[in-house]
Design a protein around this ligand. Sequence first.
Ligand SMILES: [Zn+2]
Ligand SMILES: [Zn+2]
Ligand SMILES: [Zn+2]
Length: 138
Amino acid sequence: MQSYLQVLKANRLKITPRRKAVIDIFIRCNYRLSPYDVRAKLRRKLSTIGLPTVYRILAELKNAGILAQSLSEDRQLRYALCTLPHQHHHHFSCRKCKKVEEVDFCNFKGISRFIENKLNAKVETHQLQIEGLCSKCK
Ligand SMILES: [Zn+2]
Ligand SMILES: [Zn+2]
Ligand SMILES: [Zn+2]
């Protein structure tokens, strides 16, 4: 938890009970969660929190690099804890059990060069959504 609070500070986000509670949920849960899931879990502690607030906190934590965002098959936002906020990496999520694992390898450079040559463009960022079945589920 301490290292995440430092990331909050570094991003000039105040350490509020709500932000802490959201981070805490993800520390306890290694699975991707929707804003609805997060609100359901928060309601045990913070009964008055509304969905727009949950969305806002999730977006703040995502921008700070604490949470990773993806889209599920139903095109809904899902979030998972990111333990490597300072390093370029990707996430693998299991379609069956929804577990999220970090992948600290990226060979996008080759694709980038191909795109730049083909389109005479400059690639600045990319996102990969990697899904499949985890070691247990496959
Ligand atoms: Zn991560
Ligand atoms: Zn699985
Ligand atoms: Zn990459």
